[in-house]
Design a binder for this molecule. Structure first.
Ligand SMILES: Nc1ncnc2c1ncn2[C@@H]1O[C@H](COP(=O)(O)OP(=O)(O)OP(=O)(O)O)[C@@H](O)[C@H]1O
Length: 306
């Protein structure tokens, strides 16, 4: 079944417009390109309303598109049938309908719909719901429901798994064990397309990160390289007579040595810090928000001005 050699997901020029002549139209997705290789974990980041869910739901075959070429496991999701659907797993943003069924009943009934499903008990244990196996699904907490969503998404042993903000509502411990679970799925050969608002989640899991803004991809790269080397230049900061000064330099040691020499022997440089922009800082600057440490900066000057 594996379409080795071709990409698991290939999207070119995807467009989706919402609205009507009375209320006006809005391009939610405005010419988006996206590739996911087999076995890769790709995280799609972007602010609220950027078009992430619209894109993912088009790839899942749940929404129509207005334009563009889309191939998911070699097929057009708008036309693919049941055999294709059995090869993908979906964890959508909104929890599914909950009922009088217990967790194990729900996972078993979903597993029965797939030809190569995983063992339901093992999946329930893997998402940390072992103790809730016999509990009714409608009595679960928000975080437990989300774990059930994840269990239902992976029990069919999908080749390609879509995770739309999968850890919303998880406590930090549950998030960490979820990361282990996703890493294990990748090690099993599962391809994963993930949307998330958690930058640490993207940094932890993704081989590649895409930043979407206003319906297009504005940057992509590994979590370490996103934004290019210039975006990761360290920042030396210090207080200078009540004014916060900063210097972006790839030679922070030299900058600190200069400050120490200027302060004189045994003197402290007030408020001295050296920070390297994190993935979150780079992301915020890509989407047009100012990273946290820059907002605390009254004055910025470069090497020449220092
Ligand atoms: N069914 C719909 N009808 C009309 N407009 C919609 C519909 N779904 C989404 N939109 C609009 O399209 C844009 C993109 O929405 P989308 O849900 O794809 O963004 P997102 O990046 O997933 O956001 P979030 O991070 O909040 O989930 C938004 O302006 C949204 O209001």
């Amino acid at each position: 079944m594996q379409t080795s050699g071709s990409a698991a997901v290939r999207v070119r020029g995807l467009r989706k417009r919402y609205g009507n002549p009375r209320t006006g139209f809005k391009d939610a997705v405005a010419g988006l390109d996206l590739d996911v290789a087999h076995g890769e974990i790709v995280a799609v980041l972007g602010p609220n309303g950027a078009g992430k869910t619209t894109t993912v739901e088009i790839l899942e075959g749940f929404r129509t598109r207005d334009d563009g070429d889309v191939a998911v496991l070699g097929e057009d999701p708008g036309e693919a049938g049941r055999a294709w659907r059995a090869r993908i797993g979906v964890v959508m943003q909104d929890s599914r309908d909950l009922s009088e069924l217990t967790v194990i009943e729900k996972v078993r009934s979903t597993a029965a719909a797939y030809p190569r499903s995983r063992d339901p008990e093992e999946v329930i244990a893997a998402v940390g719901l072992g103790e809730k196996s016999k509990a009714r699904t409608r009595g679960l907490s928000g975080g437990q429901r989300r774990r059930l969503d994840v269990a239902l998404g992976i029990v069919g042993r999908p080749e390609l798994l879509f995770l739309d903000e999968p850890t919303t509502g998880f406590d930090p411990e549950a998030r960490r064990s979820f990361w282990d679970l996703v890493t294990g799925l990748r090690d099993d050969g599962t391809t994963i397309l993930l949307t998330t608002h958690y930058l640490d989640e993207a940094a932890q899991l993704a081989d590649r990160v895409l930043v979407v803004r206003d319906g297009v991809v504005v940057a992509e790269g590994t979590p370490e390289s996103l934004g290019g080397p210039a975006a990761r230049t360290p920042v030396v900061a210090w207080d200078d007579g009540g004014v916060r000064r900063t210097e972006r330099t790839d030679r922070p040691t030299a900058a600190v040595a200069r400050l120490i020499a200027a302060a004189g022997p045994d003197a402290e440089v007030p408020g001295l810090s050296v920070t390297r922009p994190t993935l979150e800082d780079v992301y915020l600057s890509l989407i047009g928000e100012t990273p946290a440490h820059d907002t605390a900066t009254a004055t910025t000057h470069d090497k020449e001005a220092a």
